[in-house]
Design a protein around this ligand. Structure first.
Ligand code: B1M
Length: 213
């Protein structure tokens, strides 16, 4: 197998044996994010496909998630960092009912490495917790992640709750079950501030930069 195929296979098979060595080798050719968005994501997409086809069980998908997390943790110190003054503060959360956090944590790493102060509230975060965090942290942006179809609906409810609490800072939303259209036509009308959709972590950074300029 080629290096790229091996990297995808660690994720699919949920095994870490040889992973760090291969990641180290890959760093000679690729930037850390290219490794994540390339072979590691290819592996994750395959995991999603196999899970959908009932060829993997949740416990196995969890192992794959562990491999992805270990890989991201290994690559993180190799990512580019800017030494600029703090550009802004962002609260991040995976919405209520949803445990998926790999994408959200990638957004955290990329924003943190690029001058943002990130307050990561974790997973299954209900509106009340977001509102309380907003009041203590006074962030410039609130970022919501969700991968389940029901999480897209949850984002609408969360946007309504935030609006009812008088919150109108920009809302950055992302995650596999969302689309730009959904964000604009279903979430934005329920909120008082701007709602921005990011397809991936880098776009999340670009949108945050646009807001802070
Ligand atoms: Co789950 N899961 N899962 N899962 N899981 C999906 C999402 C699914 C599509 C798999 C499938 O069936 N093909 C499916 C959802 C179906 C649906 O709703 N339509 C699914 C399901 C059904 C479930 C359970 C219900 C399974 C069960 O228990 N029967 C259960 C849900 C539990 C719950 O949440 N209440 C469940 C559980 C799990 C695990 C715990 C085993 C594990 C998660 C571990 C963890 O996150 N700590 C897991 C995993 C790993 C997946 C897949 C395979 C991979 C997700 C992932 O980490 N991708 C996933 C299938 C897939 O997506 N291919 C699947 C890598 C990650 C980097 O990408 O998170 O999309 P992603 O983030 C991207 C962008 O979306 C974006 O940036 C990132 C890239 O740079 N982004 C943002 C994300 N958030 C953003 C926020 C932003 C900006 C950009 O701004 C704030």
């Amino acid at each position: 197998l080629s290096l790229e195929e091996r990297l995808a296979r660690y994720v699919v098979e949920g095994t870490k044996e040889g992973l760090l060595e291969d990641l180290q080798t890959a760093l000679q050719t690729y930037a850390p994010l290219e490794i994540i968005n390339g072979p590691l994501m290819t592996g994750m997409e395959e995991v999603g496909r196999l899970f959908n086809a009932n060829e993997l069980i949740v416990a196995e998908v969890l192992q794959s998630a562990e491999v992805m997390k270990a890989a991201v943790a290994f690559l993180e110190p190799h990512m580019e960092k800017t030494e600029t003054a703090v550009k802004g503060k962002i609260i991040l959360a995976t919405v209520k009912g949803d445990v998926h956090d790999i994408g959200k944590n990638l957004v955290d790493i990329i924003l943190t490495n690029n001058g943002y102060q990130v307050v990561n509230l974790g997973i299954k975060v209900p509106s009340e917790q977001l509102i309380a965090a907003y009041q203590t942290e006074k962030p410039d942006v609130i970022g919501l992640s969700g991968l389940l179809v029901k999480s897209a609906q949850q984002m609408i409810l969360t946007a309504q709750d935030l609006k009812n609490a008088g919150i109108d800072v920009p809302l950055l939303v992302g995650g596999a079950a969302l689309t730009k259209k959904f964000a604009q036509t279903r979430i934005a009308p329920e909120y008082d501030g701007v709602v921005l959709y990011a397809k991936d972590a880098m776009e999340g950074l670009e949108l945050a930069n646009r807001l802070s300029n």
